[in-house]
Design a protein around this ligand. Structure first.
Ligand SMILES: Nc1ncnc2c1ncn2[C@@H]1O[C@H](COP(=O)(O)OP(=O)(O)O)[C@@H](O)[C@H]1O
Ligand SMILES: [Mg+2]
Length: 144
């Protein structure tokens, strides 16, 4: 995956390719949010994070059981000249989650590298009902 491949990616495309492209059952992943264009760098960072979240959901989370679901939703907030993307990955209906004793490379990468690259804030929480990852990142409007 290179930045070039993602030059014209919309957020919805990034979510559909990376958040579902790990063997997730598309029928169990809902995507909610008005589409918007992302800078290539932001698209690549988000794609990596969503791929990791998707993989974890299939391995350990809501998509590892027969009935669990994922909701990926986003909106834009903040002033028009400095908008932020607020995106949430929310699992439910899977096996009861217990807080991991040890954070692996994947979730550390998502939280730290992504936060640094996006200049935003990323948190992953492990409530018993399902993992929730919240990403808040500045977006440059009009970028392609
Ligand atoms: N979606 C999830 N649902 C439940 N537990 C999870 C989920 N994602 C991660 N975990 C827990 O957090 C641990 C660390 O995950 P991660 O950092 O991605 O490392 P790895 O995938 O290499 O084990 C996992 O071993 C698992 O116990
Ligand atoms: Mg992982």
């Amino acid at each position: 995956m290179t930045a070039k491949n993602w030059e014209s990616a919309s957020l919805r495309e990034v979510v559909e390719k990376s958040g579902l492209g790990c063997g997730a059952d598309p029928a169990r992943v809902s995507v909610e949010g008005a589409d918007l264009r992302l800078m290539p760098k932001t698209a690549v960072s988000l794609a990596m994070a969503l791929h990791e979240l998707c993989t974890n959901a299939v391995k350990y989370g809501a998509l590892s059981s027969a009935a669990g679901t994922v909701l990926v939703s986003w909106h834009v907030e903040g002033p028009e000249d400095a908008p932020s993307l607020f995106l949430q990955w929310q699992e439910k209906g899977g096996p009861r989650v217990s807080r991991p004793e040890k954070r692996g490379f994947g979730s550390r990468m998502v939280e730290r590298a992504l936060a640094a690259e996006l200049g935003g804030i990323v948190t992953i929480e492990f409530p018993p009902e399902g993992v929730v990852c919240t990403i808040k990142a500045p977006i440059v409007s009009g970028a392609s």
